[in-house]
Ligand binder design. Structure first.
Ligand SMILES: Nc1ncnc2[nH]cnc12
Ligand SMILES: [Mn+2]
Length: 578
């Protein structure tokens, strides 16, 4: 809300006790994230802003019943599209978990629909209770080794820096472009610097010397740490470390070993990519807080990481704490061990209670063709999916459960008449990435090990970050059926066996998000999980989530884009045969 002289005058009158507050919360144990104390005091609120702490009177009084009161949780890095819901529905889902502010990077939809996608995310997050800030997609496409639906230059980004909810430049993934002083990358970085904006990093696998290059370029955060050594090095060099617990990337437990009383202020909690069912079943940043406390972290320190640190990292001056002048984004907790979020207030208004959103934001989507009709593929047949394979070893993508990192395996794969044959006993499946934006006919083919399908095929238009169609299967028939069905749905997830569709989830918004509510999507995800078991998956990890990262060539080691196998370590394409 824009501050007016009238708001300011009223706020000062309330603070000075010349005017009664709109609302006073009494009998609460207020968590002070500045001093890491718990102080029993009233919270006086005027126009959604805390006006004073201490003893106050107001037009409305709420008795907190001795609950702890924490600042609203902040998710420092999230791709809303990865939850497969629109921003409005995302607000309905995460607010009950105490998340009142998120910093989102819309590079998922930007990779499909370009600036039209960014506009859609900005507009559809305008009038919702959740505060959604954005970092501008810095790498669309993520690398020059893939075909995305769009390509964004610094010129495309410039106009957004004036938007009040745009905080800076989003995760810089293309390390070689930074290291080589690529002209376009320098211009994007310089623009963010000149406007005094933040710059997020994606420093997966970067070593200490390479982190110097990122920090020198002004890149100030990393959410891709997977071990304590990486996290410590980034903190020592002044980077904020984003402690990530998403659906596929679950790094929090490993990284907590690097967090201490001395360095915790350089940490914040993020989800990055979290599927809707995990958000509903586990939670969002509240889940990170609970995990950290369970691992022995001091509860108030965990709350500080989830609030003040994230606000300070992104320069959100009136968020992340309960203090006069700060937004009245408040969470009521009955205890600080399991951090069960009871009540959530957004700007002084009750937004959720006992896990239920109070006034769900209804969907009101304007159909935008470029976004709603985003899947275009030509005719496909078995020959298009054949992988030439001689008698030598093959370069195989080895899956690591619950990780977005893969292994580069060099093993002997079965071949017949010079072509690769899937072998479900050895768990060697065929993987395809089919370009789906501009009818280029570009198809990347490879072999994966570890997905666990014994008979059938799965396909998805969620394939970070270019979001082509990614598919895996034990036969060309099922692969083709799954790929074609995701196109027929204009985007989505499908499981096929013997040519028959076992389960599906349409994602008609850019092939990434559903226009339906979370209960519909949750139901379809359950059906997909059942169908995944039918085709042989163990479900120790989510195959669709794992699949969605197999085309992301900025995460080690071996990935597949629509242009072929890609070795992230050598940052170049390689052949199917080693
Ligand atoms: N969606 C994403 N894009 C780029 N890097 C990621 N790392 C994890 N999720 C990612
Ligand atoms: Mn990333």
């Amino acid at each position: 809300m824009k501050l007016t002289i009238e708001n300011l005058r009223k706020r000062i009158d309330v603070a000075a006790k010349r005017t009664p507050a709109d609302l006073v919360i009494k009998n609460g144990k207020v968590i002070n994230v500045f001093t890491r104390e718990i102080i029993e005091e009233d919270i006086a609120i005027a126009d959604g802003i805390v006006a004073g702490l201490g003893r106050y009177e107001g037009k409305e009084i709420i008795d907190a019943g001795g609950s702890y009161i924490a600042p609203g949780f902040i998710d420092g890095h999230v791709h809303i599209e990865s939850a497969m819901v629109t921003p409005a529905e995302f607000s309905n889902v995460v607010l009950p978990h105490g998340v009142t502010t998120v910093i989102a990077d819309p590079h998922e939809i930007a990779n499909v629909s370009g600036t039209i996608g960014i506009d859609f995310m900005l507009e559809s997050s305008e009038e919702i209770p959740l505060d959604v800030f954005f970092m501008l997609p810095s790498c669309v496409p993520a690398t020059p080794f893939e075909n995305a639906g769009a390509s964004l230059s610094y010129k495309d980004l410039e106009k957004y820096y004036g938007h009040p909810r745009v905080l800076g430049l989003g995760e810089v993934m293309d390390y070689p472009a930074v290291m080589n002083n690529d002209a376009e990358m320098l211009k994007k970085l310089e623009d963010a610097h000149s406007k005094g904006k933040c710059i997020d990093g994606h420093a997966a696998g970067l070593n200490a010397d390479e982190i110097n290059i990122y920090m020198a370029a002004g890149i100030r955060t990393d959410h891709e740490c997977i071990n304590p050594e990486e996290a410590l090095d980034r903190m020592r060099k002044g980077m904020y470390v984003m402690l990530r617990e998403g659906s596929a990337a679950r790094d929090l437990l490993a990284l907590l070993k690097s967090v201490s009383e001395h360095n915790a202020r350089r940490c914040l909690f993020v989800t990055d990519d979290k599927h809707l069912d995990d958000l509903i079943n586990e939670g969002s940043i509240d889940h990170n807080v609970r995990m950290a406390i369970k691992e022995g972290m001091d509860p108030i320190l965990a709350v500080q990481i989830a609030t003040l640190n994230a606000a300070e990292c992104f320069g959100l001056k009136n968020k992340g704490a309960i203090a006069p002048g700060y937004e009245a984004d408040l969470i009521f907790l009955s205890d600080l061990r399991n951090v069960k979020v009871e009540k959530v207030m957004k700007s002084g208004i009750l937004a959720a209670e006992n896990g239920v959103i109070k006034d769900p934001v209804p969907e009101s989507l304007e159909p935008v063709t470029a976004i709603w009709d985003s899947v275009k593929i030509g005719s496909l047949n078995g020959e298009d999916l054949s992988i030439r394979m001689g008698t030598g070893n093959a370069n195989i993508i080895g899956i690591i459960p619950n990780s977005i990192v893969t292994r580069h395996l060099v093993e002997k794969a079965d071949s017949l008449n010079g072509y690769f044959q899937p072998n479900s006993d050895k768990d060697y499946l065929k993987l395809a990435v089919v370009e789906r934006h501009h009818l280029t006919g570009s198809i990347g083919l490879g072999i994966i090990k570890g997905l666990g399908i014994t008979r059938g095929g799965i396909a998805s238009t969620v394939a970070h970050d270019s979001h082509n169609i990614v598919a895996a299967g034990t036969s060309d028939e099922d692969l083709l059926a799954a790929i074609k069905h995701t196109a027929a749905m204009k985007g989505g997830l499908a499981v096929v066996q013997d040519g028959k569709i076992l389960a599906e989830l349409p994602l008609p918004i850019a092939g990434l998000m559903s226009d339906r509510d979370s209960s519909f999507i949750y139901g379809r995800l359950s059906e997909l999980n059942h169908a995944l078991r039918t085709v042989g998956c163990s479900m120790e990890f989510n195959p669709f989530l794992t699949l969605s990262f197999l085309a992301l060539p900025v995460i080690p080691e071996l990935k597949l884009t629509d242009r072929g196998l890609f070795s992230v370590s050598s940052f170049s394409h390689i052949n199917a045969e080693s």
